[in-house]
Design a protein around this ligand. Structure first.
Ligand code: MG
Length: 262
């Protein structure tokens, strides 16, 4: 069952999304060659705790950290560790918090320095696919309209969506109904109503093969070990249309200046 958020819940979710935007912004400002993914995770956790929130991913089904760091062929659920970021890498960062009993969750992909035209094209298509999906979160539409907007755009651009992982509802649980695949048919699935809040999260790759999960039980990679990208945004369906609470993207204020917080 898809839960409808009260005005009060929605207000807290807006605050949480805003807090999380600031946190990930600060983490992204530290992404540069020579930094390890574990250092980014430690910084993220420090910022989450000092914001009076809890890291939503830590210990979630046994996930050991506060941030997912997925490098290059890693699509999602990369575990922070000793991997050193290099120029030309494509790094996806996914983060979640719980505060006042409500969750926020979003993700962005960061090109490290100049990644070249081909990788940048994949990143841009994934980012635009998120926009296409968010724009369909309108009362009266159906979940399949969101899925179809994402999948058809990605295919038209010559790429493929990950089919094994989906977007989701969010609220008092991190993962609520409905599941929102990144492919589907328009005018199918559950009806969208005012007060629903969804996480839309296209994951895009160059091959059509099934993804693989590494022996650590989490890190998900492309079959051909080719680069992939992931953007996620949180959106509320309102009478005025989609209200994006927070989203990953490339037009980030945090990319232009470094924010010193410690
Ligand atoms: Mg999510």
């Amino acid at each position: 069952m898809i839960k409808i958020k009260s005005d009060f819940e929605l207000e807290i979710m807006r605050e949480n999304a805003s807090i999380l935007r600031g946190i990930l912004g600060n983490v992204v400002s530290r992404v540069e060659p020579g930094v390890t993914t574990l250092e980014l995770d430690e910084y993220a956790e420090e910022l989450i705790v000092s914001a009076g929130a809890k890291p939503a991913f830590k210990n979630y089904r046994g996930f050991p950290h506060s941030l997912c760091t997925s490098l290059n062929e890693e699509i999602v659920h990369g575990i922070p560790g000793e991997s050193v970021i290099s120029s030309g890498d494509v790094l996806s960062l996914d983060i979640g918090i719980e505060r006042e009993g409500l969750f926020a969750d979003f993700a962005t992909t960061v090109p490290v320095d100049d990644v070249g035209k081909s990788k940048m094209d994949l990143i841009n298509v994934t980012n635009e696919a998120l926009t296409k999906g968010l724009n369909k979160v309108i009362p009266g539409n159906r979940v399949g309209d969101v899925s179809h907007a994402i999948g058809s755009y990605v295919n038209q651009k010559g790429y493929f969506v990950v089919k094994e992982f989906v977007g989701h509802g969010i609220g008092r649980e991190m993962h609520e109904d409905p599941q929102i695949p990144n492919f589907g048919e328009p005018d199918t699935g559950e009806r969208i109503h005012e007060g629903m809040v969804f996480c839309i999260e296209p994951m895009v790759k160059r091959d059509e093969e099934k993804v693989e999960v590494l022996d650590d039980g989490w890190t998900t990679v492309t079959a051909g070990r080719e680069v992939s990208a992931h953007f996620e945004g949180m959106v509320a369906a309102t009478e005025d249309g989609p209200e994006v609470l927070v989203r990953g993207g490339l037009q980030r204020p945090w990319q232009k200046k470094k924010t010193m917080t410690s």
